[in-house]
Design a protein around this ligand. Structure first.
Ligand code: FCB
Length: 473
């Protein structure tokens, strides 16, 4: 930023060198996703994805919001990259729209679609911002959903073909690839509770989807590695510590089950090459795992170069009798588990602010699963922002980032090989089923005229990056 001084009313910065310094080369970034920011949904050969269909279906998103225009990033990309450069970002995590670069999810590459990402990456490189490319952030081409979607095994192979096409086209200028973003959401919100696209509600299908997403991940890692042997490859999972509400054995068991479905369902196959035995037993009434073929787990556990963790909050659970909520559940076989609020401060998503949960999560991944470099590929908060005299003084979001970065620093101190942190999100954007009603951006977007206003948190983050650390508390 032109004026990196502490914004008035923030008070978390002091002068002088940072008291809590991050390791040299720590990768400071911000993240976005294609459907949430790009707009231009029918331009240059792009075809519909499941999120176009879903958001255009009445009743699926708040106020019928869609990503048709979103932040108009497709047309404003150079200015948005300049904004990133002003913030001093070292890296930018974005996702590629599958339907843009391989319309309908099959066949040859659409060069006009690829050109957009070539321009984006070149623009980033011109400012020395490391591009970090996510191949799949939830936007399956609609024809692949019509052919069965992720519950169908063939979708995994389609994903690997698409991954190869992107690696062939962009691998000369992109080093960091993430295959999937948060496969839990794709599988369990997309095919279980149905609150995300494609909006199907069948627990067995959700479990098949989860498996085929991971199979697609493993096949994609192999395809990208074959195309670009030097690339740094990983996956991003959304992890939550799961804590029992009381010390009763029933609550402990509820926590074990939810931890199984939320965290270990993905971590174990990807990083250990097996499904947890207790999870398989929990799911006996939902699936016989007949969709898992010989050799799948070897593909799914193809070695990686890095692990991405998205962290937002913790789950506190207790045992119940009978379904916890009316309607379809994202917790197949554990529909009775209750999610308990502790009455501590929450964000505008009603997610409890729990920074120690980030430390716990990072330590667990390192201790139980891997020595690989770990990156926080998303962390952030929605709050209601107010524009006063053209400024947004989002002290609550700023405090959220500050607390979580202190937890990230503590993780490094304790020996976790945490190599970078991406704030979610660079811009306010289309927050899926919540449409534009939830703002996660460090930069405000005025959806009437697409003006961008860096909030106090953005100016503060720029200073954290510049100092490679945080002030003493
Ligand atoms: C994550 C998603 C991201 C955004 C944040 C708030 O689950 O990956 O797209 O919606 O939550």
């Amino acid at each position: 930023m032109s004026n990196p001084a502490s914004p008035p009313g923030v008070g978390l910065l002091d002068e002088g060198p940072a008291a809590l310094t991050f390791p040299p080369g720590f990768l400071w970034g911000a993240a976005t996703a294609a459907y949430q920011i790009e707009g231009a949904v029918a331009e240059d050969g792009r075809t519909p994805s499941i999120w176009d269909t879903f958001s255009h279906t009445p009743g699926r998103t708040v106020a019928g919001h869609t990503g048709d225009v979103a932040c108009d990033h497709y047309h404003r990309m150079p200015a948005d990259v300049r904004l990133m450069a002003d913030l001093g970002l070292k890296s930018y995590r974005f996702s590629v729209s599958w339907s843009r670069v391989q319309p309908d999810g099959a066949g040859p590459a659409n060069q006009r679609g690829l050109d957009f990402y070539r321009r984006l990456v070149d623009e980033l490189r011109a400012y020395d911002i490391e591009p970090w490319l996510t191949l799949y952030h939830w936007d399956l081409p609609q024809p692949l959903e019509d052919a069965g979607g992720w519950p169908a095994r063939d979708t995994a192979g389609r994903f690997a073909d698409y991954a190869q096409l992107v690696a062939d086209a962009l691998g000369d200028r992109v080093n960091h690839f993430t295959t999937l973003n948060e496969p839990w959401c794709s599988a369990f919100l997309g095919y279980g509770s149905g609150v995300h696209a494609p909006g199907r509600t069948n627990g067995t299908d959700a479990l098949r989807a989860g498996h085929h997403l991971m199979l697609g991940h493993g096949l994609a890692v192999r395809a990208v590695r074959a195309s670009r042997p030097g690339a740094q490859l990983g996956v991003t999972v959304n992890l939550y510590p799961v804590t029992p509400a009381t010390d009763s054995p029933a609550d402990a068991d509820a926590a074990r089950r939810i931890d199984g479905l939320m965290n270990r369902f993905f971590l174990d196959p990807i990083l250990r090459g097996s499904y947890p035995t207790d999870l398989r037993a929990d799911l006996r009434g939902v699936t016989d795992f007949g969709h898992v073929r010989d050799g799948d787990l070897a593909i799914i556990s193809t070695p990686l170069d890095q692990v991405g963790v998205n962290y937002y909050t913790r789950h506190v659970v207790s045992a119940g009798t009978g379904p916890a909520e009316p309607g379809p559940s994202p917790w197949p076989g554990s529909e009775d588990v209750r999610f308990v609020s502790r009455g501590i401060p929450v964000t505008d998503m009603d997610w409890e602010v729990d920074a120690p949960g980030l430390l716990e999560t990072l330590q667990r991944v390192h201790r139980e699963y891997t020595d690989l470099p770990i990156y926080v590929t998303e962390n952030g908060a929605a709050f209601v922002d107010e524009v006063v005299d053209g400024r947004v003084d989002d002290t609550d979001r700023l405090a959220y980032f500050d607390a979580h970065l202190r937890a990230a620093h503590a993780a490094i101190d304790s020996g976790v090989p945490l190599k970078g942190y991406f704030a979610w999100s660079l811009l306010d954007n289309f927050e899926w089923a919540w449409g534009y009603t939830k703002r996660f951006g460090m930069v405000r977007v005025d959806y009437d005229d697409q003006a961008r206003i860096p909030k106090s948190s953005a100016r503060w983050y720029a200073e954290v990056i510049r100092r490679n650390g945080l002030a003493a508390q």
